[in-house]
Write a protein that binds this ligand. Structure first.
Ligand code: NDP
Ligand code: MG
Ligand code: MG
Length: 339
């Protein structure tokens, strides 16, 4: 098994003498900034004026423009939305980087796909917590942490690895486990996981099941419970103990149905499609499409989003969740999920 590092394996001295600028204060930004500060590090936040700026000030952090925060800092962690990073980097970060500084990311996309090309005289590393920002923050305040991947793209100072590990420890990941990866592996597996399984795979599976039941004349309310609502219980069991633990908890009838019908739904054909998705990620075809979509102000993204929000499963879901006060209200924008 690959080596997993914990809290006590890591020396943080290399980062204690440095100033860290967290650029962005959204889901990941607020968690990194607050956790690092409470771990004893010297943290400033870099932002434009707006909602996040006000929040960071309210949380007691020193806030500056992106250019000013970068100028002061030794380590610059970029936690802006991936689509906005190249422009902000060119305009406000690159001109203010000093030789020997470190540039850091929580996702490898812009470095791996050459949307940001850093100078050779800075360290470049990633620390990617394997969980949403609000969980990174909450687990930290509870004395625990979310596991993280770290990776080195460029080691200009000879200390990039020590700095990355100290950073990961400061965010709280040392309490849960820190694993080494590369920018390429992190980027490609992250994109594949969210597209084929976690987000794209699950939403398409849920919709197909719901449509199959309602088209056969079953009530949408019942279809909603069977195909979406109960998913949480199953996912919790998977999370706690893998497939075996989930199958141990469900009825034998459900387990037999799992064995005989699962492979009829997700077939070799589905796996061949997954391979196509992976190939598009590896060749850069997916990245190119997404970059162009953003340059065109997201015409397809917005059209599909509107259509998806009007799917019958969403309409019946909104009504049913009103009747279930124990189901936590969703955070309206996924982006605000950290606060
Ligand atoms: P969010 O969208 O939650 O936050 C973005 C932040 O950037 C906000 O504070 C926003 O401030 C600020 N911002 C946006 N545009 C600008 C700009 N032009 N100048 C200055 N500030 C700006 O981002 P995430 O936390 O979701 O993502 C950050 C990084 O972390 C990405 O690389 C992502 O891939 C990675 N990541 C995210 C995870 C997650 O849980 N969401 C998980 C692991 C990695 P304002 O209020 O002014 O708009
Ligand atoms: Mg991702
Ligand atoms: Mg059932």
């Amino acid at each position: 098994m690959t080596k997993v590092l914990y809290h006590n394996d890591i020396q943080e001295e290399v980062l204690s003498t440095k100033k860290i600028a967290i650029i962005g204060y959204g889901s990941q930004g607020h968690a990194h900034a607050l956790n690092l500060k409470e771990s004893g590090f010297d943290v400033v936040v870099g932002l434009r004026k707006g909602k996040s700026w006000d929040q960071a000030v309210e949380d007691g952090l020193p806030v500056y423009s992106v250019a000013e925060a970068t100028s002061q800092a030794d380590v610059v962690m970029i936690l802006l939305p991936d689509e906005h990073q190249p422009k902000v980097y060119e305009e406000s970060i690159k001109p203010n980087l000093q030789p020997g500084n470190a540039l850091a990311f929580a996702h490898g996309f812009n470095i791996h796909f050459n949307q940001i090309v850093p100078p050779e005289n800075v360290d470049v590393f990633l620390v990617a917590p394997k969980g949403p920002g609000h969980l990174v923050r909450r687990t930290f305040t509870e004395g625990a942490g979310v596991p993280a991947l770290f990776g080195i793209y460029q080691d200009a100072t000879g200390q990039a690895k020590q700095i990355a590990l100290a950073y990961a420890k400061g965010v709280g990941a040392g309490r849960a486990g820190i694993l080494e990866t590369s920018f390429q592996e992190e980027t490609e597996t992250d994109l594949f996981g969210e597209q084929a399984v976690l987000c794209g795979g699950v939403t398409s599976l849920v919709k197909a099941g719901f449509e199959t039941l309602t088209e056969a004349g079953y009530q949408p309310e019942v279809a909603y419970f069977e195909c979406l609502h109960e998913l949480k219980l199953i996912v919790d069991l998977l999370y706690e103990g893998g497939l075996e633990n989930m199958r141990y908890s469900i009825s034998d009838t459900a387990q037999w149905g799992d064995f005989v019908s699962g492979p009829r739904v997700i077939t070799e054909e589905t796996k061949a499609r997954m391979k196509e998705v992976l190939t598009d990620i590896q060749t850069g075809a997916f990245a190119k499409g997404w970059i162009l979509e953003n340059q065109a102000n997201r015409p397809q993204f917005n059209a599909i989003n509107t259509k998806e929000n009007n799917h019958p499963i969403e309409k019946v879901g909104r009504e049913l969740r009103e009747l279930m006060p124990f189901v936590k209200k969703p955070v309206n924008s996924k982006k605000g999920s950290g606060h």
